[in-house]
Design a protein around this ligand. Sequence first.
Ligand SMILES: NC(=O)c1ccc[n+]([C@@H]2O[C@H](COP(=O)([O-])OP(=O)(O)OC[C@H]3O[C@@H](n4cnc5c(N)ncnc54)[C@H](OP(=O)(O)O)[C@@H]3O)[C@@H](O)[C@H]2O)c1
Length: 283
Amino acid sequence: MTYMITGATGDVGARVVRQLTERNIRPRILVRDAEKARALFGQSAEVCRGDLADATTIRSAMKGAHTLFLVNVGPEIPQRDEAAAAIARDEGVQRIVKLSSLDVEQGLAIGVWHSKGEAAIRASGVAFTFIRPTGFMSNLLAWAHSIKTEGIVRSSTGDGGRPFIHSDDIAAVSVAALLDEKYAGRILSLTGPKSLTFRDATQIIAHAIGKQLVYQPISDEEARERYSRFSGSAEETEAHVALWRAIREGRLAAVGDGVERTLGRKPISLEQWASENVHHFLS
Ligand SMILES: NC(=O)c1ccc[n+]([C@@H]2O[C@H](COP(=O)([O-])OP(=O)(O)OC[C@H]3O[C@@H](n4cnc5c(N)ncnc54)[C@H](OP(=O)(O)O)[C@@H]3O)[C@@H](O)[C@H]2O)c1
């Protein structure tokens, strides 16, 4: 049985590959950078060089694959999910496990892209499992620079909460879904253990690194200006500003039990994530 993993050099995908290899499964991975993939996984994964924007490379990587773990990013998610699903159907792939987003349920910008991607996969007729996580704990690494240089975290999320999730939990649920047919047709909505404001998250990191940090609320306008300095596109910037506003309005605070129902254990806490990542926040 061949498991084909995309996004394998990314946060969740790399963990999925590692968790499969720990079970003595050698996945096939579609990557843009074969050197980077070999540095990460050595011979424990079968490396196929390709691009999710290039149908020819997807088709050749998908030959003989049984199950596909699909990670697409950015505004092209709908078209790229649709293209991958059509090729999967043609090549006889039995199921697509798609890394989607909990924001599908709110109709928020990035969630809209995933919602269209999910619809295209459903329309392809290939069996699916949709993994819908909330905001990743690893997003907080974006704070490393201002924490190291100024001791400040700025956010337009006000006092709204989010139940951040550890990428290991997303990967573990994804692996469970890849390995067991009982997840066909299922949507797995995933959150961390507890809703936390960004002020709470700042204090948890402060405690882990043993330094005082200041949490500074900022406006949507300032958040837009700051994010646009390194954003890929105006569309991506607006998607993030809308997301942070939704958090501020308390629309994304609900905690679910998807991780525990799938894995039989509690999700990993932000305190644990912070202790694993102290080195990123210290200069
Ligand atoms: N961050 C959040 O809070 C959050 C919440 C819910 C859902 N999500 C969803 O999670 C997904 C991102 O997962 P992640 O954080 O694990 O990803 P990530 O760390 O950003 O990595 C993205 C991966 O996709 C690969 N990739 C990008 N474009 C590609 C292309 N054209 N062809 C082939 N591979 C390509 C990258 O390869 P390279 O190494 O070559 O760049 C990398 O392996 C997105 O769909 C996002 O919407 C994120």
